[in-house]
Every structure is written in structure tokens, then in C-alpha cells.
Write a protein that binds this ligand. Structure first.
Ligand SMILES: Cc1cc2nc3c(=O)[nH]c(=O)nc-3n(C[C@H](O)[C@H](O)[C@H](O)COP(=O)(O)OP(=O)(O)OC[C@H]3O[C@@H](n4cnc5c(N)ncnc54)[C@H](O)[C@@H]3O)c2cc1C
Length: 260
């Protein structure tokens, strides 16, 4: 691993300014669970690492009861989400995803922001946020911009983020009544394994609990080129057909249980 300078700004503005100053020579680091692997393998050789850990604003996580929105800042860890009662009770799709990421150690330091910006097709954290129609708030030298999470990704390992921008937070819009959501990380092993396919489903029913008002399906590792070391395209297609239906049924169960 090459040597580098480790910078610890205390505000988002300082982080952006440092990134602007060092340009391509610098990289942001959050929990480090993805980037340190790349550093060790020599895949990237930044001269400066700009740590986001001391920026308090990036750790905010709350439900805004005026707007009904859920705000998850970029440095919120998978473990914080997993432990949250709001996530457990109201956003089961997020709970299903984050509680199965890596190991406890990885979840304790790995952040939702790092998971999104690393932009691997198997990112467990991204699928639920797409299904929930989440919005990413990006912040750079030109100020803030709001982008739907479904539009954040351009290609594997590539997002629309500009070099001097950071992901500040994610906003999940107010959930409609009678909403159910579920995620399954489908793979050979339950722990310490990236998904063969990640499947997220969100269902909104009318008050009769029979009419479907909206259904959203988000899939991970299911792009146009699907063969990989973890599985062939034909197998993935079969799994998707079966598991989307199962997740839809799970959503119905959640809605009915909440209604009783
Ligand atoms: C053993 C192991 C098991 C794992 N298992 C899983 C798994 O099951 N499922 C899964 O999805 N992932 C898994 N991962 C990957 C990883 O833990 C997650 O993707 C994690 O959420 C990354 O977050 P981080 O904070 O560690 O990101 P970092 O490694 O710090 O950063 C990742 C990338 O995002 C950029 N970045 C980070 N935050 C920001 C920000 N706010 N704004 C702009 N850029 C930013 C960094 O510059 C870097 O390029 C695993 C990793 C390991 C080592």
C-alpha cells in the first residue's frame, strides 16, 4: 500500500474545499471497508485521503415528522440502521438489507453513503433505497443538488458524482398508508457473501387492502450482462421470477399485519 496524507476536515465545506484543492490526487474515505481493500490491492493510489468521519452533519439520522420524510445522512452505519426501531418497524426493506451486510464488524464501520458511492451492482444498501424512491442529496462547490437514487448510477463502480462533490444524505419520501416492503439477498450463503441477486419489492394498497395502487421492484446484480462467477444469467432470471413473487407476498403480509 502506498503512503498517503490523511486529512480530517470537520465540516462538509472544508472537505469539498480540500477535494477541490487536491483534485484527482485525493479520495474521500468514510468507513474504509471498500476503499482500504482497493488501496491494499494497489488499484488506487491517492496521495490524500479526506476522511469524512469528523463531520457531525454527515451522521444525522431522523424521521421528520412534519414532512414524513426519513433522513439518513451519508455516514450513518449499517449497524445504526439495523438497530433503529423506525427502520425495524416502518422500513423492513432497509432492515432486511443492512442486517445482512458482511459481518458485525463491517456493519459497525461501513456506511450507507460508502455503499452507494462505491456503486457495485451487488450493493445491498442501494436496492431498498431505489425501491423506496429515495433521493440523494449531493453537495459540491456549486451547492446542493437532488438526484433520485435510481439515477445515481452510471455503470459498475461509477456514479454521476462530480470529483468535488460528496453524498450528503438520503431522503426517503413520506410513505403512503398500507405500504409493505421487503428485500432478499439471494445467495449461496447467508453471511459474508455478496448477493447472487438482490431483490427489493415495495407495494402500496388502497384502503380496501385488495387494490394495488403502486408496486416498485428493484433488482441488484441483474444488469444486461448477467453472467458472473456467482451465477449464470438463466439462473438469475429464474430466481428473480420466484423471489419477486415471494417478496410481493411478504409485502402483503406486512400490510395486513400492520392493519390488524
Ligand atoms: C468483509 C467485507 C464484507 C462485505 N460485505 C458486503 C455485503 O454483504 N453487502 C454489501 O453491499 N457490501 C459489502 N461489503 C462492502 C462494504 O462494506 C460496503 O459497501 C460499505 O457500505 C462501504 O462503506 P464505507 O463507509 O466503508 O465506504 P468507504 O470504503 O469508505 O468508501 C467507498 C467509496 O465511496 C466513496 N465515499 C464514501 N462516502 C462518500 C460520501 N459521503 N460522498 C462521496 N464519496 C463517498 C469513497 O471515496 C470510496 O470511493 C463488504 C466489505 C467487506 C470488507
Amino acid at each position: 500500500m502506498n503512503s498517503f496524507n490523511y486529512l480530517s476536515p470537520k465540516t462538509i465545506e472544508q472537505a469539498i474545499s480540500l477535494s477541490g484543492q487536491y483534485g484527482e490526487k485525493a479520495k474521500f474515505i468514510a468507513g474504509g471497508t471498500d476503499i482500504v481493500v482497493k488501496l491494499k490491492k494497489g488499484e488506487i493510489k491517492p496521495e490524500y485521503l479526506i476522511s469524512l468521519r469528523k463531520i457531525k452533519e454527515l451522521t444525522k439520522f431522523f424521521k421528520d415528522y412534519k414532512t414524513g420524510e426519513l433522513v439518513i445522512s451519508a455516514m450513518v452505519t449499517h449497524a445504526s440502521l439495523e438497530k433503529s426501531l423506525i427502520i425495524q418497524n416502518k422500513y423492513p426493506i432497509i432492515y432486511d438489507a443492512v442486517s445482512n451486510i458482511g459481518s458485525l464488524q463491517v456493519r459497525n464501520i461501513g456506511t450507507i453513503g460508502g455503499n452507494l458511492i462505491n456503486a457495485v451492482p451487488s450493493a445491498d444498501g442501494a436496492i431498498p433505497l431505489i425501491a423506496l424512491d429515495g433521493i440523494a442529496v449531493l453537495y459540491g462547490s456549486n451547492g446542493e443538488r437532488f438526484v433520485k437514487i435510481k439515477d445515481l448510477f452510471v455503470a459498475p463502480y461509477k456514479t454521476i458524482l462530480k470529483p468535488d462533490e460528496i453524498l450528503k444524505k438520503i431522503i426517503i419520501p413520506k410513505q403512503a398508508q398500507n405500504t409493505g416492503s421487503a428485500y432478499i439477498k439471494f445467495g449461496r450463503r447467508a453471511a459474508m457473501e455478496l448477493p447472487l441477486v438482490g431483490i427489493g419489492v415495495l407495494l402500496i394498497l388502497d384502503n380496501d387492502l385488495k387494490t394495488c395502487l403502486k408496486a416498485r421492484i428493484a433488482l441488484g446484480v441483474a444488469g444486461p450482462v448477467r453472467d458472473s462467477i456467482r451465477g449464470k444469467a438463466w439462473y438469475r432470471k429464474e430466481i428473480i421470477q420466484v423471489q419477486v413473487k415471494r417478496m410481493g407476498l411478504k409485502c402483503l403480509e406486512i400490510i395486513n399485519n400492520n392493519y390488524c
